[in-house]
Write a protein that binds this ligand. Structure first.
Ligand code: URA
Length: 444
């Protein structure tokens, strides 16, 4: 086969066969197809699109371009979750220990933040000593011993995606549904999941800003997973305003711990209960965990009676973290400047623009512009209001945690743009816009 022929075929809108896609991905991963041909291929896909069958074949080819984890010695059914990323999204920190506390093993690899979107690994590193770099052996050993492991990518998973993603970034081919969907799903499949819960964010602070695009992306990913023999649940969740109150690494860690102690912001707690519930439902097929109300009751109990927190403590200890910070989150990294941003006027909150809040936190130093940049773990924001809340002029809307006065000035002007007020009542935003299913997600 020749790369040029496959590029021409896609350019002319003809479908590519499984073997052709496989050949192209393997040759590109080996370095036998150069970047300029892969770039042309990506642009042809961007313009012509891909059928469901082609997208599945592309996903599987990328998933098998490196190691594929086999977790069968740890569990007979591995559940995983993936979030498309947002502002204040610290869900994994709560959902993983919550699910593991129910006896369901979870072995997850997470990523770092980029731009205003946070990453679980950065949040975890606000716990001194926590090791996100585990060897393959340690990853498996911890999963077996404690039933929970949460690390960075320690395996050579889906290397084709790593190469293609970097190329998409510089060839204007990132916003393309089959390419996004195959990129995300190839990593989930390579990570050994049997059942996958996808949290597809939609709104101003998300990759997908409108519901139709988010639904289309979720549907393609559910279809890919289903065709690849996985059980799938995808939720469409709101990202017009931040999730919970805390935005910024150590602040989000503190909020996650508060939530694991049975408290925490109502929206975030509910979000975690729903996602954890779906993970248990996937795991439950044919066993326990099929009755929705029983699942919910168990999860609430585990948040309220300390079992989820105990699991989190066990995770932190096993990965070398200082558990004193779990027992007393006041010991987490702290910013030197703490000040309040106040409401400019009376009224109902009509907007808490997630992307502006994310950028305000980024301005303080909580995020990174490019891969490898350092982040300030201590800085960020606590947002005390939600869309629909009634406030009076001068009410505290945000607590700013900063380490640099100049950055506070930049942050404050972002916050000016983040909030809007209405003189008439405003409907609160929903947490979720819908759920999609694929495979055998309900225990049938
Ligand atoms: N996240 C990914 O992993 N891949 C994409 O293409 C987009 C978001």
């Amino acid at each position: 086969m020749r790369a040029v022929d496959l590029i021409a075929k896609k350019r002319d809108g003809l479908p590519l066969a499984a073997e052709e896609i496989q050949w192209f991905i393997q040759a590109y991963t080996r370095g036998d197809v150069p970047d300029y041909q892969a770039a042309a291929f990506l642009m042809a896909v961007f313009i012509r699109g891909m059928s469901r069958e082609e997208t599945v074949n592309l996903t599987l080819a990328m998933a098998h371009s490196g190691d594929v984890l086999d977790l069968s010695d740890i569990t007979d059914y591995a559940v995983d979750k993936h979030s498309s990323g947002g502002v204040g999204d610290k869900t994994t920190l709560v959902v993983l220990p919550l699910v593991a506390s129910c006896g369901v093993p979870v072995a997850k690899m997470s990523g770092r933040g980029l731009g205003f979107s946070g990453g679980t690994l950065d949040k975890l590193e606000s716990i001194a000593g926590y090791n996100v770099h585990l060897s393959n052996e340690d990853f498996r050993r911890l999963a077996r011993q404690t039933g929970i492991v949460l690390s960075g990518q320690s395996h050579d998973l889906a290397p084709a995606d790593g190469k293609l993603y970097a190329l998409r970034d510089v060839t204007a081919t990132v916003p393309c549904l089959p390419l996004i969907a195959s990129s995300i799903m190839s990593k989930k499949i390579a990570a050994g999941a049997n059942g996958i819960v996808l949290d597809v964010k939609v709104g101003r602070g998300a990759f997908m800003t409108n519901l139709d695009d988010a639904r289309a992306l979720a549907q393609i990913m559910v279809d890919i997973g289903t065709d690849a023999g996985r059980d799938m649940i995808a939720v469409l969740s709101d990202m017009n305003q931040p999730l919970g109150a805390a935005v910024g690494n150590a602040l989000e860690m503190a909020e996650a711990i508060t939530t694991l102690k049975g408290d925490g912001p109502a929206d975030f707690r509910e979000h975690c209960l729903v996602l954890a519930g779906y993970m248990l439902r996937l795991y439950g097929r044919g066993r326990q965990w099929t009755d929705e109300s029983q699942i919910r009751q168990t999860l609430v109990e585990h948040l309220n009676d300390g079992r989820a927190l105990a699991k989190f403590r066990q995770l932190v200890e096993a990965q070398g973290g200082d558990v004193r910070l779990v027992d007393d989150p006041a010991l987490l990294p702290k910013a030197s400047i703490v000040e309040t941003y106040h409401a400019a006027q009376d009224g109902y909150i009509a907007q808490v623009a997630a992307e502006e809040i994310g950028m305000a936190s980024f301005d303080l130093g909580a995020g990174r512009e490019k891969k490898g940049d350092p982040v300030d773990l201590a800085v960020g924001l606590e947002v005390h209001v939600k869309v629909g809340d009634r406030v009076t002029a001068g009410a505290p809307l945000v607590t700013i945690h900063a380490n640099d006065r100049q950055r506070v000035t930049a942050c404050r002007s972002r916050l000016e743009r983040a909030f809007a007020y209405s003189q008439t009542p405003v409907e609160p935003l929903p947490l979720f816009y819908g759920t999609l299913y694929g495979g055998r997600p309900t225990g049938s």
